[in-house]
Write a protein that binds this ligand. Structure first.
Ligand code: APR
Length: 200
């Protein structure tokens, strides 16, 4: 398997890899949840399955206390039995036609997840491709929003230094790497460096 690592201005790094996010050893992993924080399918189902029932119990308490989580917002639970200490649950937009504020909501989901992780003093966080499964967001457009928002936020972050994008399919991985290269060109950021790392 290969992993692509992008090093930005102040030593902050973004990596892109194919895989299962539940295996990540980052301080937090992000869940593409639904507003009622009930365990669904896709990455949500995989996280609850691997993390055990404690995560769902915490989700129930949060919804009982604060109500549904609106799209674009983020909250945290413990990581249960996962390697990650925290799961950050966020809700992406359901894709309609791109004219219903989808990109703004998707950017908020990444931004609010990162800001929450930063407030928790975490150093590393892993994201799936939010909204690109059941919620139907086109992968190329989602990759552009995800990469752009994460790069903007990393320049403001106090403690987060490492963001991993963990993508399920090779096609999604390729779209995210392409989005990062497009972003480098768009910003004329010639000092950014890409490295390809072979993992087992
Ligand atoms: N690790 C990483 N990525 C994964 C994993 C995994 N274990 N499982 C699925 N994915 C990928 C999918 O291939 C897709 O690219 O995560 C991306 C997001 O897909 P979904 O999980 O369907 O999330 P989303 O499109 O945001 O839809 C959210 O689905 O499961 C329900 O409760 C959830 O209602 C909510 C909706």
């Amino acid at each position: 398997m290969k992993k692509v690592r992008l090093t930005l201005d102040e030593g902050a790094q973004i990596s892109f890899e194919q895989g299962d996010i539940t295996m990540q050893t980052t301080d937090a992993i992000v869940n593409a949840a639904n507003s009622s924080l009930t365990a669904g399918g896709g990455v949500d189902g995989a996280i609850h399955l691997a993390g055990g029932p404690a995560i769902l119990e915490e989700c129930r308490k949060i919804v009982a206390r604060s109500g549904h989580l609106p799209p674009g917002e983020a909250i945290q639970t413990s990581g249960g039995e996962l390697h990650a200490a925290f799961v950050i649950h966020t809700v992406g937009p359901v894709w309609e036609d791109g004219l219903h504020g989808e990109s703004g909501i998707l950017a908020n989901a990444y931004r609010n997840s990162l800001r929450l992780a930063d407030r928790l003093n975490l150093r590393s966080i892993a994201f799936p491709a939010i909204s690109t499964g059941v919620y139907g967001y086109p992968v190329d457009a989602a990759a552009t929003v995800a990469v752009r928002t994460v790069i903007d936020e990393l320049s403001q972050a106090r403690s987060i230094r490492e963001v991993h994008f963990v993508l399920f399919s090779p096609e999604t991985l390729a779209e995210f790497i392409q989005a990062a290269k497009n972003e480098q060109r768009r910003r004329n950021a010639t000092h950014w460096s890409f490295a390809t790392i072979e993992t087992n």
